[in-house]
Design a protein around this ligand. Sequence first.
Ligand code: AMP
Length: 184
Amino acid sequence: MTRLVLVGPPGAGKGTQATALSEKLSIPHISTGDLFRKNIAEETELGKQVKHILDSGGLVPDEVTNQMLIERLEHPDTANGFLLDGFPRNIGQAEVLSKELAESDQKLDAVVQLVVDEEVVVKRLLTRGRSDDNEDVIRHRQHVYRSETAPLLDYYRDVLITVDGVGAVDEITDRVLAALRDRT
Ligand code: AMP
């Protein structure tokens, strides 16, 4: 049973690592960014509501995000755990997650921080070419990460695992798996 959260600045490789880790650990990869993008692509009501927010690099309001995430967590495939990528993004979301898990006597096993220098991630994102990957939006998303999301590192200090996020994809996956095995 593994309940994990992956944190790190936009461009740290969370999506790539989450995909690899979810396979190795046989737990679903839940990305709120992917869920929003799917809704946008399918032009659902939710998609229409959030499109301009994703385009600007801001955060979708907590009520909307929390509700979507909680519905996803209620899917039976999370019975053996899950890997959250891009959620929580602020303390309010983290509190909602803790409360939701506590209602079924669950808690997070670990929060994995991928550490990558800001200039490195900005460079990576500029070559990725997603619609929210132009330089102004990228800088804004880094700012949002520093001000809203980085405080989670202290909030989760008791379960935090810090991993160097620079290197080959497989190497980083191995580092995370080794760190998860070593945790006390
Ligand atoms: P990501 O794919 O994680 O980089 O997320 C892309 C965009 O989706 C973000 O820039 C936000 O606009 C939105 N988003 C994803 N996750 C969240 C979240 N937990 N809270 C608020 N907005 C989010």
